[in-house]
Design a protein around this ligand. Structure first.
Ligand code: PXG
Length: 445
């Protein structure tokens, strides 16, 4: 299907009504970048220019774009059942997808609660954690612990436990009773780590300090991303997650893994929990659950947590929480097709096979102009640049714009370039990503 470029070019006045998210609106509208079509590893812009997608859309299109089986599933479902209410009712696809997701999660963790985004998944998981302790008669466990540089979406719960200053400072006092562990990345000790850094497991002991300060009896849950994504691919030091797990278990605190990015093959396994062999109590999912095709998120809970809620009279609602679009039929149809293709095409294993080539490619940028660190795990990679004197983030944003001019889509956060290709990426495409970045860095002040 082709769309004529006449239909797509926008005049400035046609862009006025839209307030764009996490975007420099005026800069964008003065030089818009419009994506018109996609297939596999590529986008095409409104001029018909082909663009290699180095970031799986935005960490979500794990299957690559417009997989024919997924397109067909969504198309078919749209004509069969457009919507069904999810409270006191259900549609059959909800069960099928929950069973599929529940079959690849860690053992004893098979209860799937649907949301529509990562942010909703995080707020849902935090609420489940608080409610769980209350149902068990430990209602004093109300504190939530996050981590500096954590990204847990943009809901009030998510920004409260999150650790990105810019995402928090405009929005008042946030939710109370939150504390933060230190982030785990250290340039001096960890620069150019391949995979997990050897240094830094002791940073988990900061949780012990926080527990001593507040007392375990006041703490409900700890939430971390197994690998921090948005903050620039901060890979957990060897032994760090194991120590967090041990401290949480010892103090009766729930451990939540935010697997919105690390889920569905990003690390070469179904989930970070499997990759690191550390089991959380709750997991938050989104993005790869439908490979970004239809908005959807989910929280996966340990069976024992679900069972704890199933204790009141059978006619009573156990959890006063949910969304109009929880388990939307189109999202479920997309999710089922996506999970099938992950399996048929063995894509998680493929990502694991591709990871060494990706690692070598990311680290080939060591020595390139402005580069101060390269790091990676699975199909997540970051290249950190020296910020320009007096103008932080300017250099990486220029790198983004120039790569885009060269037909390569990357993402930047601060002065960090992130790469996170779809699981179908070929070696030659990985090579093109890094050679383009290397060439662009040469041209930057
Ligand atoms: N948790 C994590 C770990 C995420 O990465 C969310 C929650 C929120 O998901 P929603 O679906 O509400 O956006 C995310 C989202 C980037 C980038 O380039 C990453 C995300 C979103 C936008 C940009 O780093 N992750």
């Amino acid at each position: 299907m082709s769309i004529s470029s006449d239909q797509l070019h926008l005049r400035p006045e046609e862009m006025e009504s839209l307030w764009m998210p996490f975007t420099a609106n005026r800069q964008f509208k003065s030089a818009p970048r419009l994506l018109a079509r996609a297939e596999g590893m590529y986008y095409w812009d409104d001029h018909g220019r082909k663009i290699l997608d180095g970031i799986a859309g935005m960490w979500c299109s794990n299957l690559g774009h417009n997989h024919p089986k997924v397109v067909e599933a969504i198309r078919t479902q749209a004509a069969v059942l457009d919507y069904a209410p999810p409270f006191q009712m259900a549609n059959p696809l909800q069960f099928e997808l929950a069973n599929r997701v529940g079959s690849i999660t860690p053992k004893g963790m098979s209860k799937v609660f649907y949301t529509n985004s990562g942010s909703e998944s995080v707020d849902t998981a935090l609420k489940i954690a608080l409610a769980y302790h209350r149902v068990r008669g430990e209602g004093s466990r109300v504190r939530l612990i996050g981590r500096e540089r954590g990204y847990h979406g943009v809901g009030f719960g998510g920004i409260s436990v999150g650790g990105m200053g810019a995402n928090r400072k405009m929005f008042g006092s946030l939710i109370t009773g939150v504390d933060h562990m230190p982030q785990t990345w250290n340039l001096k000790e960890q620069a150019y780590s391949r995979g997990q850094p050897a240094w830094g497991a002791h940073l988990a002991d900061e949780l012990e300090r926080i527990v001593a300060l507040h007392d375990a009896s006041t703490i409900a849950a700890v939430i971390v991303e197994p690998v921090a994504g948005s903050a620039g691919v901060l890979v957990p030091p060897v032994g760090y997650l194991e120590r967090l797990r041990e401290i949480c278990t010892r103090h009766g605190i729930l451990l939540i893994f935010d697997e919105v990015i690390t889920g569905f093959g990003r690390l070469g396994k179904a989930f970070g929990a499997e990759y690191f062999n550390v089991q959380p109590d709750l997991m938050t999912l989104a993005k790869g659950i439908t490979s970004g095709t239809v908005p959807m998120g989910a929280v996966v809970a340990k069976d024992s947590i679900y069972e704890t809620f199933m204790s009141g009279p059978p006619h009573a609602i156990e959890l006063f929480h949910g969304y109009t679009y929880s388990g939307h039929p189109l999202a479920c149809a997309a999710g089922i097709a996506v999970q099938q293709v992950y399996q048929e095409e063995n894509l998680f294993a493929r990502a694991a096979e591709m990871a060494p080539h990706f690692e070598a490619a990311v680290h080939s940028l060591k020595g390139s102009r402005h580069v101060i660190d390269c790091r990676n795990l699975g199909l997540m990679g970051a290249i950190e640049l020296q910020p320009r004197e007096g103008a932080p983030t300017a250099r990486s944003f220029e790198a983004f714009l120039r790569c885009y001019e060269q037909g390569v889509l990357i993402r930047t956060t601060g002065d960090i370039i992130a790469l996170t290709p779809s699981l179908i990426v070929e070696k030659a495409e990985i090579d093109r990503l890094v050679t383009t970045i290397a060439e662009v860095l040469k041209t930057l002040d």
